[in-house]
Design a protein around this ligand. Structure first.
Ligand SMILES: *[C@@H]1O[C@H](CO)[C@@H](O)[C@H](O)[C@H]1NC(C)=O
Length: 216
C-alpha cells in the first residue's frame, strides 16, 4: 500500500511538471516552455511598427512592433505607442515585456504595473496573415487588452521537448504497471475482473481520500 501511495504521488508530480511549466522569457518577443518555443521575431519590422493603427476609437489607435523598438514623436524607443487626441503616448517599451500564462493562454505585458497593455497571443497554426486588434481598455488596471492573431503566436516544439519525453516515459510506466500488474495478479494470484488491476483498493478509494484531505 505504501509503495502505491509513493508511486501515485511521484506520477502526479511528474505529470504536473511536464504539463504546467509556463512560458519563460527568452527575449522581449520570445519565450520557452516545456511545450516548445514561441517566437514573434519573424514579425519584427526594422522600420516602424509592423502593426500600425490598431483601432481604439475615431482618430485614436495603437501601433505595435515586436522585438525591435521604434520611435514616433513622443514615443521614444517603444514596443507600443498610442495616438490619442492628437498626442503620442508610450504604452510600453521592449524591455518592459513580461510573459504570463492564464488558462493556457500566453500573453505579453508591456508597460508598468499601473499603465500599459496586455497582448494576448492567439495561435492560429496555418494563418497566412497576422493581425492586431484592440479588444478593450481594462479600466481598473489601466491596461489596453490587445490580441495578436498569428501563426507565430504558437508554441513550436523542435522534435521532442522535455515535456513530451516525460509524458511518453509516464505512459510507458503506466502501461507496464497496469498490464504487468494484471499479468502478475492473473498468474500468481489467479485473480478475476476488477481484482486484476494492481492495487485496486488503493485506486478505488483514492478519490474519497483526496476529498477528505482537501476539506481538512
Ligand atoms: C507615427 O507617425 C506617422 C507619421 O509619420 C503617423 O501617421 C502615425 O499615425 C504615427 N503614430 C502611430 C502611433 O503610429
Amino acid at each position: 500500500m505504501r509503495e502505491a501511495l509513493i508511486f501515485g504521488s511521484a506520477l502526479t508530480f511528474l505529470l504536473c511538471v511536464s504539463l504546467s511549466t509556463s512560458c519563460v522569457k527568452v527575449t522581449s518577443c520570445s519565450c520557452r516552455s516545456s511545450r516548445g518555443l514561441l517566437d514573434l521575431s519573424p514579425l519584427a519590422s526594422n522600420n516602424g511598427p509592423r502593426f500600425p493603427h490598431a483601432f481604439i476609437s475615431k482618430n485614436s489607435y495603437i501601433s505595435y512592433n515586436p522585438c525591435i523598438a521604434f520611435t514616433n514623436a513622443t514615443c521614444k524607443s517603444v514596443a507600443m505607442c498610442k495616438f490619442f487626441m492628437g498626442l503620442h503616448e508610450t504604452v510600453g517599451s521592449q524591455n518592459s515585456a513580461r510573459f504570463i500564462e492564464e488558462d493556457g493562454e500566453i500573453s505579453i505585458l508591456y508597460g508598468t504595473n499601473n499603465w500599459g497593455a496586455k497582448l494576448v497571443l492567439r495561435c492560429i497554426p496555418h494563418a497566412v496573415d497576422s493581425s492586431l486588434k484592440v479588444l478593450k481598455f481594462d479600466v481598473r488596471n489601466k491596461k489596453y487588452i490587445l490580441q495578436l492573431s498569428s501563426k507565430y503566436a504558437c508554441l513550436k516544439s523542435k522534435g521532442l521537448n522535455a515535456g513530451s519525453i516525460i509524458a511518453i516515459i509516464l505512459a510507458v510506466i503506466v502501461a507496464v504497471y497496469l498490464f504487468g500488474g494484471m499479468l502478475y495478479m492473473k498468474c500468481v494470484h489467479d485473480a478475476h475482473r476488477m481484482q486484476l488491476i494492481p492495487h485496486v483498493e488503493f485506486w478505488r478509494t483514492l478519490p474519497e481520500r483526496t476529498k477528505v484531505h482537501i476539506s481538512d
